[in-house]
Design a protein around this ligand. Structure first.
Ligand code: ARG
Length: 226
């Protein structure tokens, strides 16, 4: 690395879980989405080559703390427990957790989840919130869409998941709907190892530039039509 004459760029490794449209998902063999575009823009600014490692969502923080990846970008919500293990960059998106139910469900809001069977993606903030609901049974899936499929098969009563992927999942799961009342508000940021202050600052600089130049809005508009 560095110092040799073939101008090979250093690589910046991103850990993600590409089961989360429109932030990261497969289009054929390629992983695409808002986080991928943001990460590519960051890598460009740093003059580095982006390499994406797809893994289980609940392995991302360990990949970053162990140095297997330089950063994690996965629609990851800023959360105080995670902050004990990794640093969060400045936020780049606002998000919600929403409830998906079958169209004929009697569940109308968060209060109706008491005693119900609720599906989540393993290790997500949805998983954390739902685990506190009284008498609820939590079914944890490796992929968010698997939870929605279980819902359509009446194996569970509801799914708690991030609002934007929820829209995509409901589009391809007939007979399901998103409740109007959101469950929580949250914010997404990138995670970096605690001992990598330099990269944290570099990414924060790049995020600030993306916000200021309007490029961030452009990226979002490419994937989310409101
Ligand atoms: N925002 C939620 C969290 O941080 C879910 C993120 C899931 N992301 C993914 N790429 N599967 O826990």
């Amino acid at each position: 690395e560095g110092g040799d004459s073939t101008e090979e760029k250093d690589t910046l490794v991103m850990a993600t879980n590409a089961e989360f449209p429109p932030y990261e998902y497969y289009e054929g063999q390629d992983i695409v989405g808002i986080d991928v575009d943001i990460a590519n823009a960051i890598a460009d600014e740093l003059g580095m080559e982006l390499k994406i490692e797809d893994m289980a969502f609940d392995s991302i923080i360990a990949a970053v703390t162990s140095g297997k990846a330089d950063f994690g970008a996965a629609g990851m919500t800023v959360d105080p427990d995670r902050e004990k293990e990794v640093n969060f960059t400045d936020t780049y998106a606002e998000a919600t957790q929403v409830i998906i139910v079958n169209e004929d469900s009697t569940i109308a809001g968060p209060d109706d989840l008491v005693g119900k069977k609720i599906g989540v993606q393993l290790g997500t903030t949805g998983d954390m919130y739902v685990s506190d609901i009284e008498d609820a049974t939590v079914e944890r899936y490796n992929k968010g869409f698997e939870a929605v499929q279980a819902l359509t098969q009446d194996k569970i009563d509801a799914v708690v998941i991030d609002g934007e992927p929820a829209k995509k999942f409901v589009e391809s799961a007939e007979g399901t709907k998103i409740l109007d009342e959101a469950y929580t508000q949250e914010e997404y940021a990138i995670v970096v190892a605690k001992d990598n202050e330099e990269l944290l600052e570099q990414i924060n600089g790049a995020i600030a530039d993306l916000k200021e130049s309007g490029k961030l809005d452009e990226i979002v508009a490419k994937y989310i039509t409101s």
